[in-house]
Design a protein around this ligand. Structure first.
Ligand SMILES: [Zn+2]
Length: 315
């Protein structure tokens, strides 16, 4: 009998997971040094989905610590179903509680539990000193809105942007003619959040590869972002199981009211009077406003660019 063949791939993935604390998904580029100020050089690459029109996608997630029913501190991380255009019990709970329009304590809860936005994109890594084996490869990353805003502004500059002396017109996803992007990371210090705002595009334009053939070959290694979303959706827990796990974050108030029936009734009336219950049109407007506010809190969420989506919480 011949000797058994060993597959070392699985153990490598396991080791990566231990070392990086992420999902060990080698389709992602994770920044390994989050303690020092660092700059990484890369170029943006469109989604490889055959349409030629998809460049990046928006991802929403919830990350927070909570006390479980036994009073044990646990970390919740999950993709927000609104990413897939579906209803989310956590977003809905915050909306029903009207935390965004409440007092400072309510707003703090909304920003703690509310969804955080990230932009998922392919990038061609040109220089990562901490992981040189990444150089010359295309990976997916989830970028903070603060850094990705530079990309959005380059895609769709307004007049003020165009009037800047440093402005140069190009599409960041044009694989034949775009500039390198310096992803600049300043770690969190003295209670401040990590900062990506120094990130910027270079002014020199070039193609991804040295010629068409090489450029095409590089693009071929890019990932289909919507296919990745489908994968996420498939792995997502049901809303029922999310409610089962963390639905109690919305309970405290309710329990208090149930103790005193008259107070409970009063509260019900207050809820009835808020405009969001009146008509669908207003409700829609409201949802948009809420999304705007979600954008604001995204600025406080730059510390986990390197975390791969970890759905182990639900296994
Ligand atoms: Zn949500």
């Amino acid at each position: 009998m011949g000797r058994q063949k060993f597959d070392f791939n699985k153990s490598k993935k396991q080791a990566d997971k231990e070392l990086n604390g992420g999902g060990g998904d080698d389709r992602f580029w994770s920044l390994s040094d989050l303690k020092n100020r660092k700059s990484y050089t890369m170029k943006f690459v469109p989604s490889n989905d055959g349409t030629g029109s998809e460049m990046y996608v928006k991802l929403f997630s919830h990350t927070f610590e909570y006390l479980d029913v036994n009073g044990k501190k646990r970390k919740y991380f999950g993709t927000c179903p609104t990413t897939f255009g579906k209803e989310c019990p956590i977003c809905q709970g915050i909306y029903d509680k009207d935390w965004w329009n409440g007092d400072d304590d309510d707003k703090a809860l909304a920003s703690k539990y509310g969804k955080k936005k990230k932009f998922l994109t392919n990038v061609y890594i040109i220089q990562d000193d901490t992981k040189p084996d990444m150089n010359g490869t295309v990976k997916m990353i989830r970028m903070s809105p603060q850094a990705f805003e530079k990309v959005l502004k380059q895609i769709s500059p307004d007049d003020a942007d165009k009037n800047k002396r440093s402005f140069k017109e190009f599409h960041p996803y044009d694989i034949d003619n775009s500039a390198e992007f310096y992803l600049d990371f300043t770690p969190a210090k003295n209670g401040n959040y990590p900062n990506w705002s120094e990130s910027e595009f270079d002014r020199e334009l070039s193609s991804l590869g040295k010629d068409d053939k090489e450029t095409d070959a590089i693009f071929e290694t890019a990932f289909d972002l919507n296919k990745y979303l489908d994968e996420l959706l498939e792995k997502s827990p049901t809303n029922e199981s999310v409610v089962e796990r963390v639905g109690h974050i919305f309970d405290d108030e309710g329990e208090t009211y149930v103790e005193d029936e008259s107070e409970y009734e009063e509260e019900k009336e207050v809820v009835k009077e808020t405009p969001k219950k009146k008509e669908t049109v207003k409700e829609e407007t409201k949802v948009e406003e809420k999304e705007e506010e979600d954008d604001d809190i995204d600025d406080s969420d730059f510390d986990d660019l390197d975390d791969d989506l970890d759905l182990d919480e639900f296994d």
